[in-house]
Design a protein around this ligand. Sequence first.
Ligand code: FMN
Length: 391
Amino acid sequence: MTADATPVHPEETPAPFPRLDRAAIEALVRAGQRLLVQGGMGIHASDGLAGKVARHRGARLVGVGTISAVLKTPEQLRGEIRRARAEAPGGFVGVNLMAAINKDDFEALARVSIEEKVSFLVQGAGISREIVRWCREGGVPFCGIVSSGRLAAMYEKWGADFVVAEGAEAGGHIGDIGHPLPTLVDEVIAATSLPVIAAGGVDAADVSRFLAAGAAGVQMATRFLACSDGDVHPAFKQMHLAKREDDVVIITSCVKGMKARAVRNAFTERLARGEAVPPRSKLWWFGKDGYRGRRGSCIQCLGEGLCKARASGFKESFCITDALLEAAVHGDTEAGLFYTGQSITRIGERDASDLPRAAEILTDLEQRLADEARPSDAGSQARPAAVGAAA
Ligand SMILES: Cc1cc2nc3c(=O)[nH]c(=O)nc-3n(C[C@H](O)[C@H](O)[C@H](O)COP(=O)(O)O)c2cc1C
């Protein structure tokens, strides 16, 4: 990030969000509260959710919203951050930034997040040490997403404030397909003294179990795709209803050939047959200026050498930007790629008109925790969360 970076609209920069650093999380845990983090979802899938989740402050759960920076212009990201701040004054709102995206976008979007002093910055899909430094210099807490205890220990050494342990049941790209969440959480808690958030396939019925295992909170993403007041296309919500195990597939993504979980449809069947799906123009979504001025059909959204489609001259794999935009923004159920988590099969509503608001998901979880704790309130918190518990 260039040293002379100046805010785009300095006069409009309002008061900062509260910091979600290690000390703040440890204080909440000591007070008997845990975090319910809404996972950031790229390519506009989680737009509109962060402020609605961050408004929740219950006796047992504190809502934390995450905005995805991926494939936003700096102006779009700034707008989404300010929207969340207006919806949840004083709430915890962070930004998810994938290290796998191209360097210029990565720097520009990190800069906006730091200027806006979001509650935390979380890094998924790739590892950049630079961003930990930028966060430290900018006074923004940093969180790493980890798929092993070794990675958690590394992030602790680098100065992270907390980690999200993301198991194989997660939606979208999967760090380690062989590492289910229950064993991963134990491994990560043993490897670090940082607060640990459990993510991947978590459903309402699982929350107390991961908290009892010592997690400082849980992260859910898939459940929030199927709520009535997120911005994602209505067809994306519909694709999340009444699904069974055989509606969920693991694909090989163009991003470094990582595995990813998605809803089975005509697009995933094409991939299963080994068809290549090269990029086409993005102008239909980004308007007359194109994507930040680039009008070519491949917008080079990923970092150097990370896109399998581009590396093969578009003869293999597929364009992830097209496929995910078709799903989240266009709602094309045939040509879109609908990322999802394993908990999709546990979404109870069968009709889109029955979907709860994001706030209702939080109040239901809060109520459920209270009900589960009632028989022996002391027993439910028997094992203290991983505050200072490890290493
Ligand atoms: C549609 C979709 C898009 C996602 N995009 C991202 C992303 O851009 N960056 C990231 O770190 N995680 C991403 N994830 C992972 C989620 O943030 C979350 O950690 C994970 O899915 C586990 O929660 P879940 O099992 O409740 O979905 C995505 C998940 C889904 C379903």
